[in-house]
Structures are given as structure tokens and as C-alpha cells.
Ligand binder design. Structure first.
Ligand code: ZN
Length: 120
């Protein structure tokens, strides 16, 4: 049985994930992730630019598959639920400039799959 489809599937998924997920604020930076949200937007821009415009790509063998995560984040004064769901992963690229960068996709796995199938 050919395993090629698995390698292709993982590559497609991690490529879309790396280009869409947001970099997380450093864990020990003392950042307010409840009101300010968990994302580091400047770092996110760097990661997205590195993985698309410059032409580098996710090192599929060095990056684990994303996993389900939920977190609490301020949703507005009148929100009844402050829980959000997404996928966490860490990105390492082929040239080594990105090494285990913690990133998070805010959405469901099926939404990520939709994004994968939309590419190319
Ligand atoms: Zn790179």
C-alpha cells in the first residue's frame, strides 16, 4: 500500500496551517492574553511573509501535526462564554530561520481542511 498520500496530506495541511495560523505571544513575556488576546501580530506577519513571499516552506518532518486547543479570551462585556477553540502547532521551516515557532489557528479542523482544498 502506498503511503504517498499521507505525506502529501501532511504537507498540504501543514503548509496551509503555517501560512494561516497566528504566532503566539511568548509564554513568559508577561503579556495580557485574556484582554489582549494570545497573538503576536508582528511575529505573525514575519512568519507569513517568510512562508509565502520569500518562498521558504514548512519543514514537514520537523513540524508536528496541529492539535486541538481551547483557551479563555475576553469576548466583550456581554458575552456569556469566553472560551475559544482552535488548533495549536509549532512551525519549523526548511531554511531553519523558523524553529519551533508556536502558532495557533483559530477555527475548527474542518475549516482548516477547507482552506487546504482551496489552495492551488
Ligand atoms: Zn525558512
Amino acid at each position: 500500500v502506498s503511503e504517498d498520500w499521507k505525506a502529501g496530506y501532511k504537507r498540504a495541511l501543514l503548509t496551509a496551517f503555517g501560512r494561516s495560523a497566528y504566532a503566539l505571544k511568548p509564554l513568559h513575556g508577561g503579556a495580557d492574553t485574556y484582554y489582549g488576546g494570545p497573538f503576536d501580530y508582528q511575529r505573525t506577519t514575519e512568519v507569513h511573509q517568510h512562508l509565502s513571499s520569500i518562498g521558504c516552506e514548512v519543514d514537514v518532518d520537523a513540524s508536528p501535526m496541529p492539535e486541538d486547543v481551547s483557551w479563555a479570551q475576553f469576548n466583550g462585556t456581554f458575552a456569556e462564554d469566553d472560551t475559544r477553540h482552535g488548533l495549536d502547532g509549532s512551525i519549523t521551516c526548511r531554511c531553519g530561520r523558523l524553529r519551533g515557532v508556536p502558532v495557533r489557528w483559530e477555527g475548527t479542523f474542518s475549516e482548516l481542511l477547507t482552506q487546504v482544498l482551496r489552495e492551488d
